[in-house]
Structures are given as structure tokens and as C-alpha cells.
Write a protein that binds this ligand. Structure first.
Ligand SMILES: Cc1ncc(COP(=O)(O)O)c(C=O)c1O
Length: 474
């Protein structure tokens, strides 16, 4: 493709995108393709000669959208959302046009300084106190890995990176049994090992049990192991499990442990002051992650990682070969020293566009609507005699189970609910996912798509009830 054709094809892509977004609700939400269907349409080897953009674009339209699950669909109620607000998409296009590589201040001063400002905007938006600084990581998984590495280095008096772990005592990290698998993976990658992530049981309110936490730490100390930190869950993936941040941070302080709060999904809702009770005590945490790419519309990938003592993160993550040194510019921030990757995207641009194009009030209205509509659906299902709401809404997430009177065995009900969720997703009008809650299969319902309306939740109610009853019709 010639550079001179860029404007034409960029306009063509914009036209396609606009039409896609206008008509997205006419597509099945979840891809209806079978494994291998898409790969079968792509040649096994790359072309030797250049192909015309006409042909490339035609193949894109013919092959790719069919095999996509449409996360921007207004009836996407699965997982957590992955929103790309139009203003954020435009910012992404601009950032890509500049081939922005934002590893050091000097490789993109605008990106670094805008990122510093956007972290400050987001911190203020979610009500975190001024003591927190931060960085935009790619994902919450990376932020959690960086936090666990910081815990590790802090506990090993900053010797782990240099010496490895074999001559040091075994480090232990604590988290509730309801935390996300990214915590487990961070333990693997940090070299601490799955067995040293101590999963603490939860109480009836799904929060980590404080006495069990103390007992686990005391037992480890008595056994000569070295407690390093605690990962606190705010809005867990299965059903929104949330720990008592203040109480857990106070325990951490008693034992001099580092705390990291995983609020990947729920953190965005903290732009609404009334939901902040969910993370009461957050000012006591050392590190917090939330994903503007989930609920706020910043588009993948964009995780705000706030940290109270950035020097500890930088001491853990910074490496400075000669070719990465910046001379003559004292005090500049090089964000690659705050993370795993060296090369970095220009994530702050989309946050800037997004926050300005919708305003915090616009985003708050969206989140409050999602919470209210989710609550409404939970009440509607609760009023149906053949459904059970298994966990009440936490923000906009709740779980339910189809429990018709004639099906009583737990295994039979599990199988029925798996069948129900599969049939609903094959139907295509809405998209839901299942989870395990206290050993039984439940169906998750989560509202979070940027453009959805109350009528989309009404459709969800109709689809859930009609598909459920059709599969048990005798
Ligand atoms: C509670 C929680 N933590 C962490 C993650 C991982 O987020 P990411 O995909 O940004 O790594 C998720 C993903 O949905 C999540 O729900």
C-alpha cells in the first residue's frame, strides 16, 4: 500500500467501523463459528508479492467480523465489559499514526507528561488521596505482577533481582480464595510459586476471614517462612467478592506487609462517590489497580496502577543500560522503569480524549444506570418461582441459577444450567457466562456495555426465561 492511499483506506475503515457500530445489535453477540472455521480461510503461508488493499479489505469484511464476539454489543452481559468508546478509538488511531513508543520521557515527552496528568485525573476521579502516584499499565495482570515483584524485593531487602531466590527464606503472599487467577500467575512468574500463595477462606459476606488471615501469617512466621504481602480483592470476577480493605490493611500494617488491591473491574465505579464504601480504607493500601479498559471505555489495553511509594516500584522494575540513559534532563520520569515491558504504547491519549468527551458526570450516569438495571433484573428473576438469585448484585454483577421444581439433584441442576447458558449463547441475542459458586454452577449477569439501554436488560429477561422454559418443556 502506498502512503498516498492512506487517507482513502483510513476513511474506508472509518466508514466500516461506523456502520459496524450502528448495526452491531443485529449480530449474534457471541461468535457462532466453530474452532478452525476462520483459520481454514487464511492461507498457510504469507504472500511473496504485495496485494492490493481492495483485496485485503474485502477479505477482512468477509472473514473476520463473523468470527468475532462483539464486546461492544449492547446485550453483552458476560465476563466483565471491554468497552472502546468512540473518542478513545479516535485517540488510538492518532497514537498509532505517530507510531508512538513511550518507553522514556525523551522518546515521547508528550506521552509521559500526559500520562502523569491522566493518572492524577483518574486518581482524583475515583477519590484516592494525593499520596498515590501511578502509571498506566497494559493490563491488571501486569500491575499485579509488578506489585508482587515489589512485595518480593521489599521483603528481600532488594536483593532478589540480583541474587535470585534460592538462598533466601520462602516468601508467602496471602489472598482470599475468591481472588482472580492473575494473582496465581503473578506468583508463578515472580518465582514465588503457587504453593506460597496462601488462599484464605471467606466469610458469609464473601470477604476474607480476618482471623484466618492472622492465623496463617502467625503459622508461617512460626515455621520460619517470610510473609511478604497481601492481595486484597474488591469486586472479584465470579460474583463480585469484596474484602474489607481497611481491616485487612490494618492487619498488614501490624505485620509490616505490603498490600495490593485488585479492583480491576469494580474500581471504575468509584468515580461515583456513593460506591466508595465498597473499598473503605483504600487510602491505607500500598498499591491499587483498576482497569479503565473495562467499564470506563478506554479500550484495551489500559490499567491504572496507583502506588503510594513509586520509588519501591522503580527500585524493583528499573534497569538502565547505557543506551536507555537520559542525560541532561534531571528528574524526568521514564515509565518503562515502572513496568515489565520496555516499549510502551501511548495509553494516556485515549484516557484524555475519553474523560473530556464524556466527562465524569456522563460516565457516572452510565455506571449508575448499569447498577440500577442489574438490580432490576435480579428482582425480576427472584420473582420467578423457577429461578434462584444465588448472589445479590454487587455493583452491576449478580449470579442466578435455574431451579425448576421438578429438577432437584445438584448434579442435574448443574447440567441444566450449563445447558441453559450454552443454548442462550447459541441463540445469540444475549451473551452470558457461567461460574462456580460454593461448588455449584451459577450463571453470571453483568451490565457494563457503554451504549446499552434498559430495554436490552428487558430483552435479557425475556431470553433467559423463554430459553430456560423451552429446554425443560415436557
Ligand atoms: C478481578 C479481576 N482481576 C484481574 C483481572 C485481569 O485483568 P486483565 O485482563 O486486565 O489482566 C480480571 C479480568 O477480568 C478481573 O476480573
Amino acid at each position: 500500500m502506498k502512503k498516498s492511499e492512506f487517507e482513502h483506506w483510513s476513511e474506508e475503515a472509518t466508514r466500516w467501523s461506523a456502520e459496524y457500530l450502528e448495526t452491531i445489535d443485529q449480530r449474534p453477540v457471541r461468535a457462532q463459528t466453530q474452532p478452525g472455521d476462520i483459520a481454514a480461510q487464511i492461507p498457510a503461508s504469507p504472500p511473496e508479492q504485495a496485494e492490493a488493499m481492495d483485496a485485503i479489505m474485502a477479505d477482512f469484511k468477509r472473514i473476520i467480523p463473523e468470527g468475532m464476539t462483539h464486546w461492544q454489543h449492547p446485550r453483552f452481559f458476560a465476563y466483565f465489559p471491554s468497552n472502546a468508546a468512540p473518542a478513545a478509538m479516535i485517540a488510538e488511531q492518532l497514537a498509532t499514526s505517530m507510531a508512538a513508543q513511550c518507553m522514556l520521557w525523551q522518546t515521547s515527552p508528550s506521552a509521559t507528561e500526559l500520562e502523569q496528568r491522566m493518572v492524577q485525573w483518574l486518581r482524583e476521579a475515583v477519590g484516592l488521596p494525593e499520596g498515590f502516584d501511578g502509571v498506566l499499565q497494559d493490563t491488571a495482570s501486569t500491575a499485579t505482577l509488578c506489585a508482587i515483584l515489589t512485595m518480593r524485593e521489599r521483603t528481600l531487602n532488594w536483593q532478589g533481582n540480583q541474587q535470585g531466590l534460592s538462598h533466601h527464606p520462602t516468601l508467602r503472599v496471602y489472598a482470599s480464595s475468591r481472588t482472580h487467577s492473575s494473582i496465581d500467575k503473578a506468583m508463578w512468574i515472580a518465582g514465588l510459586g503457587q504453593d506460597n500463595l496462601v488462599k484464605i477462606p471467606t466469610d458469609d459476606d464473601f470477604a476474607l476471614n480476618h482471623q484466618a488471615l492472622r492465623d496463617a501469617i502467625d503459622a508461617d512466621l512460626a515455621a520460619g517462612l517470610k510473609p511478604a504481602g497481601i492481595v486484597i480483592c474488591v469486586g472479584g470476577t465470579s460474583m463480585g467478592a469484596t474484602d474489607h480493605v481497611r481491616a485487612v490493611c490494618e492487619i498488614a500494617q501490624e505485620y509490616d506487609l505490603f498490600t495490593h488491591v485488585d479492583a480491576a473491574w469494580a474500581g471504575s465505579a468509584m468515580i461515583c462517590a456513593e460506591y466508595r464504601t465498597l473499598w473503605d480504607g483504600i487510602e491505607l493500601a500500598d498499591s491499587v489497580v483498576l482497569n479503565p479498559h473495562k467499564w470506563l471505555g478506554a479500550s484495551m489495553e489500559c490499567s491504572a496502577h496507583f502506588i503510594k511509594d513509586p520509588a519501591s516500584l522503580v527500585r524493583t522494575m528499573a534497569i538502565q543500560p547505557e543506551y536507555l540513559k537520559t542525560y541532561g534532563k534531571d528528574g524526568v520520569v521514564n515509565f518503562s522503569e515502572w513496568s515489565v515491558q520496555l516499549g510502551r504504547r501511548f495509553r494516556a491519549l485515549k484516557v484524555w480524549f475519553l474523560l473530556r468527551a464524556y466527562g465524569l458526570e456522563g460516565l457516572r450516569t452510565m455506571i449508575r444506570n448499569h447498577v440500577a438495571w442489574s438490580e432490576k433484573l435480579a428482582r425480576q428473576l427472584e420473582n420467578e418461582s423457577d429461578f434462584t438469585v444465588t448472589t445479590q448484585p454487587i455493583l452491576s454483577l449478580f449470579t442466578f441459577r435455574y431451579t425448576p421444581a421438578h429438577t432437584t439433584g445438584a448434579d442435574e441442576l448443574d447440567a441444566l444450567n450449563i445447558r441453559l447458558v450454552t443454548q442462550i449463547n447459541d441463540d445469540g441475542r444475549i451473551y452470558l457466562t457461567q461460574s462456580l459458586h460454593d461448588g455449584v454452577v451459577v450463571i453470571r449477569f453483568m451490565c457494563g456495555q457503554f451504549d446499552m439501554q434498559e430495554s436490552d436488560v428487558d430483552t435479557a429477561f425475556e431470553v433467559i426465561c423463554s430459553v430456560a422454559r423451552s429446554i425443560t418443556k415436557r
